[in-house]
Design a protein. Structure first.
Length: 133
């Protein structure tokens, strides 16, 4: 079961500059920075009310974020939904015909287990499933 939108992920070229911009925009400090080596990304998180924004900067030129920015430019990369049981949700979505990029959850940023759905099965949107690890 999907519980809520967990965060919106935004791809950025320069993470340090983007952090400063979002601190001014949201009037709140970045509460966490974290490198996820397996994804080739450094993340920065902001909370604003019950919502979170995740800024994503590439740590290497062959990372998914670097490729995204090269192809589409900076901007919204994905929508993440908090789920109750990520394994059950992966199985449910697969049985409903959605294409998943991860058949099993992988470690993600901010203490989450994550899995992604392919944009071609979600009207062009990259959807991330998240469950607290």
């Amino acid at each position: 079961m999907m519980l809520k939108i967990e965060h919106i992920g935004i791809a950025v070229k320069d993470l340090d500059s983007a952090i400063l911009l979002y601190e001014k925009l949201l009037q709140t400090p970045c509460y966490k920075r974290e490198v996820v080596e397996t994804q080739g990304v450094e993340t920065a998180f902001f909370e604003t009310g019950p919502n979170k924004i995740e800024l994503l900067g590439a740590t290497r030129p062959d990372s998914p974020i670097a490729k995204f920015i090269e192809k589409k430019g900076e901007g919204i990369h994905h929508y993440a939904f908090l789920v109750e049981d990520i394994e059950k949700e992966i199985a449910r979505l697969a049985s409903e015909g959605f294409e998943l990029l991860n058949q099993a959850p992988v470690p993600g940023a901010d203490g989450m287990k994550i899995a992604f759905m392919h944009p071609k099965s979600t009207l062009g949107n990259l959807i991330e499933l998240c469950q607290k690890a």
